[in-house]
Design a protein around this ligand. Structure first.
Ligand code: 5GP
Length: 219
């Protein structure tokens, strides 16, 4: 695998004969993305989760180095300025970023990687990687999203209102994604997500040498 000076990544084939898949999940907060991500990680051992850096405070139960790397704004900006991130964005007034080298290492080891990032980050990542499966998870309605955010009980009123306003901006960016999944029923949404993932593993981009290797028998 190589990275050029602009951060563009080219991955090599892994030991199992296919390249690691980049699966990017975007969704407004409260859409069920974290639950869906955990289910995929549990069902498919080949998946690794991309652990982001953030300047927001940890929520109850979140673990540094597992859910996020929680850093100060100063630390984040230092890393950003030396090109540490494959993508980064300001979301809900806090910084979030994906570490470049850790991503490359996991792809090199043959893992498929799930990215739980916002739409700005997804579009930067697509610009760098030019590959991957980009899935947008939609709430069934504004009212349902609001109900879920309040029910979660993790954010104050101001944060909830900001997240709802941001959801509209994010939904406006959903048009370029490879798949749209409405999470009105968690089991159904999960089935659709795993289908999108499995379809991505079957793409020629994932196994560019497959047909040639089968055609060896004809030569
Ligand atoms: P939360 O604070 O609720 O965990 O995440 C808020 C938003 O930040 C979510 O939309 C999440 O997908 C996004 N996010 C988390 N990590 C990253 C990252 O590394 N890069 C970008 N661009 N967004 C991220």
């Amino acid at each position: 695998m190589t990275v050029d000076t602009s951060g563009k990544v080219t991955t090599d084939s892994d030991v199992t004969g296919r390249r690691g898949i980049v699966l990017v999940l975007c969704a407004p907060s409260g859409t069920g993305k974290t639950t869906l991500t955990k289910r995929l990680l549990k069902e498919f051992p080949r998946f690794a989760f991309s652990i982001s850096y953030t300047t927001r405070q940890p929520r109850e139960g979140e673990v540094h180095g597992k859910d996020y790397y929680f850093v100060t704004e100063e630390e984040f900006c230092e890393k950003r300025d030396v090109g540490f991130f494959a993508e980064w964005a300001e979301v809900h007034g806090k910084f979030y970023g994906t570490p470049k080298q850790a991503t490359l290492d996991k792809l090199q080891q043959g893992y498929d990687i799930i990215f739980d990032i916002d739409v700005q980050g997804a579009s930067q990542l697509y610009g760098n990687l030019k590959q991957g499966c980009y899935v947008f998870i939609l709430p069934p309605s504004r009212a349902e999203l609001e109900r879920r955010l309040r029910g979660r009980g993790t954010d104050d009123e101001q944060t909830i209102l900001r997240r709802i306003a941001n959801a509209q901006k994010e939904l406006e960016q959903a048009h370029w994604f490879n798949a749209w999944i409405v999470n009105d029923d968690l089991d159904k949404a999960y089935d659709q997500l795993r289908s999108a993932y499995i379809a991505a593993t079957l793409s020629p981009q994932s196994s560019p040498d497959l047909v040639d290797s089968i055609m060896e028998d004809w030569r």
